[in-house]
Design a protein around this ligand. Sequence first.
Ligand code: SF4
Length: 254
Amino acid sequence: MKNVKKEKNTKLFLHLKKWMEKAILDFQMIEEGDRLLVGVSGGADSFALLNLLDSPMIFTPKFYLIAVNIDMGFDITYSGYNTLEKYLQENNYRYVMEKTDIGLLAHSDYNRKNPCFLCSRLRRRRIFEIAASEGCNKIAFAHHRDDIIETLLINMFYGREISTMMPNQKIFGGKLHIIRPLAYLREELIKKYQRERFFPTVENNCPTSKKSRRMYVKNLLNELARENKNIRDNIFKAMSHVKPDYLLPLQKKK
Ligand code: SF4
C-alpha cells in the first residue's frame, strides 16, 4: 500500500489526518496486524479514506489494507469502473473489483421496496464474503461525520428509532468489525481534499441517488444551517449527550 506519487503534506491533509487518527484512537478501530478491507465506491469520500489510510500514521499500529469495489451495474460502458481500476493500479494498491447487477436488481420489478434497502443489503453481503476470502477482520467504510448526522435523522424520521452508524461496530459476534475512520471529518473538507489531490471523478449513475431519503435529509439540514450554522455540530454532539431520564420509557419495537 505505497503510493507512487510523493504527496505534499498540506495544511488540509494534516488536519484530516489528525482527526482521522483521533477517531481511530478514540474508538480503538485498528490494532497491530489487522487486515482491513477498504470499501471504495469511487466517491470522493472513499478516495480520501484510501489515501489517508495509506499515508504514514503516528499513533496507529501497522496494518494490511486491500481496496474493494463492488460495481452496481448502472453504467454499461464501465467508464467509472475503468477510471477507478486505473487509479488503483497507478497507485500500487492491492484491490478486488467486481462487476455486479445489484443496482439494477434493486430497481427492478422484483423489488417492490425502497431500492436502497435491497441494494445496500446485497452489496454489504458481497463485501462480507470478500472480507472472508481475503482474510480481513475489519471493513473500513468512508462514512463521515455528515453521514452519521444524517443517518440519525433518517432513522428517526423513517425508522422510528434513535440510532446511527457506529464508528466501530462488532458483527458476527466480534469476528468482524465495521470501522468508520472518517467519523470526525466533515463532508465539505473531504470534497476540498478531493480537489486538492485531484482524485478522479467517478459518476454515481444510480437513479435513486439524487432523490433518496439521505438527499432529502441533507437538503433539509442545509436549509436549517442557513439560520443556525451550528446545527450539524449540535446534532453530532447531542449523540454523546443523551439523557435517558428525559426520554420516553423504552418500548419493544412493533
Ligand atoms: S442510492 Fe442507489 S446505489 Fe446508493 S444505496 Fe440507494 S439504490 Fe444503492
